[in-house]
Design a protein around this ligand. Structure first.
Ligand SMILES: Nc1ncnc2c1ncn2[C@@H]1O[C@H](COP(=O)(O)OP(=O)(O)O)[C@@H](O)[C@H]1O
Ligand SMILES: [Mg+2]
Length: 377
């Protein structure tokens, strides 16, 4: 089945085979003569080309029309979701220098599970069990990572573990998450109309969500002042809320949230903001796309609820990915292992009859020697 209708397929003929191929996750068009696809997590250039810039622009205009939007010289960018859930983004020249840029991120029908992440080597069994417990116990959690590192995918997996008797409100810029749970409400932002009116932002939706009796709130991507609303929600009894941020380490993830929260009109002093954030977020999960195309959870870290004497966030890594080597075909070999630090909420395990004991947080014998090397690398 095609993700577009037949008339658009005609315009997209040069990339049709990739759109139809389920193993291709993204199609990236950098002007008419340069096309890349992503397959198995790796990008590669393909021979296909559009006849010329006009042919490519015609395709993009038709896609825009298909989703009820406009792209032209006055509105040279487009970011939209197709009815099947695929995402498209486009920028026209002269903003885009090589000719029209178009990316199509295909919606994958399969809702991933922990088993898939295990099989892909993204998480270890122990790491998955711990994350599952964090979700079950209603810890507030953020997923931090770069673009395409697998944040949204991981959020799908974690969100789908929210107990079915809890009401989940999911807020996104353009619907992408496919969380499977019994009681879920999905919100999507709205673009302003041609006169610039009628815009509904993530902030608006977080505020509305709070009046709709959520148990938990999920913000697909935190990238603006809604960070403050999410932090406030987390601090006011909506435990188990989650979101993703764009950052390269757990610490940077917190700094990123802080920077975004500071963008709101509320003037909160930095130290007060840091205290709020340390109190709000209990767990940061860092995910990374490695050079071999694989995605790895590199840290599962607990946020100490107080800043240190210098006012800095304090993180305690509970799990850490340690690189052990590299295979002959260039794949990274490593493991996500416990660091030996018990989570501060370990006491809740017994009360909730969670079958994880202290021994589950013991690092392997080789941990200390490899950890220092791995970090230095
Ligand atoms: N754990 C994983 N292992 C392999 N590929 C993955 C994994 N998670 C996501 N991907 C692939 O990476 C791409 C980006 O994933 P996504 O979750 O949307 O990342 P992000 O939200 O960080 O931008 C998708 O094409 C997806 O199929
Ligand atoms: Mg994402």
């Amino acid at each position: 089945m095609s993700i577009f209708d037949e008339s658009i397929d005609t315009f997209l003929a040069p990339v049709k085979e990739y759109l139809a191929d389920e193993s291709v996750s993204e199609v990236l068009i950098n002007g008419p003569k340069e096309i890349f696809i992503e397959k198995g997590g790796l990008l590669r250039r393909v021979q296909a080309q559009f006849q010329d810039e006009q042919a490519l622009q015609a395709a993009v205009r038709n896609i825009a029309q298909f989703v009820g939007r406009k792209i032209d010289q006055d509105h040279p960018t487009l970011d939209a979701r197709l009815p099947d859930g695929s995402r498209i983004a486009a920028v026209l020249p002269p903003c885009s220098r090589k000719g029209t840029t178009l990316s199509i991120r295909k919606f994958s029908k399969n809702v991933p599970s922990f088993a898939d992440l295990l099989q892909r080597g993204t998480v270890s069994k122990e790491g998955a069990r711990f994350l599952d417990v964090c979700v079950f116990l209603g810890k507030n959690l953020i997923i931090s990572g770069g673009t395409g590192s697998g944040k949204t995918t991981l959020l799908n997996v974690l969100g789908s573990r929210v107990p079915g008797n809890q009401r989940l409100i999911v807020i996104e810029d353009s619907s992408e998450l496919k969380i499977k749970t019994d009681h879920i409400v999905n919100f999507e932002t709205k673009h302003p109309d041609a006169e610039g009116k009628g815009e509904v932002t993530i902030r608006d939706l977080v505020k509305s969500a709070l009046r709709l009796r959520p148990d938990r709130i999920v913000v697909g991507e935190v990238r603006g002042p809604e960070a403050l609303d999410l932090i406030t929600a987390m601090n006011t009894g909506h435990g188990g809320s989650m979101g993703t941020v764009h950052a390269n380490s757990p610490y940077d993830g917190l700094i990123r949230l802080e920077t975004l929260a500071m963008m709101s009109e509320m003037q909160v002093p930095e130290q007060a903001m840091r205290r709020q954030i340390s109190a709000a977020i209990q767990v940061v999960v860092q995910i990374k796309r490695l050079a071999d195309g694989s995605r790895k959870i590199t840290h599962i870290s607990e946020v100490v609820p107080e800043v240190d004497a210098q006012g800095r966030y304090q993180l305690q890594h509970i799990f850490e990915w340690i690189q052990k080597g590299k295979s002959e075909d260039g794949k990274f070999i490593g493991e996500l292992v416990p660091t030996g630090h018990l989570p501060s909420f370990f006491g809740e395990f017994e009360v909730n009859k969670i079958p994880l004991g202290r021994e589950n947080f013991q690092p392997p014998a080789w941990y200390a020697s490899l950890a220092s090397k791995s970090r230095a690398a």
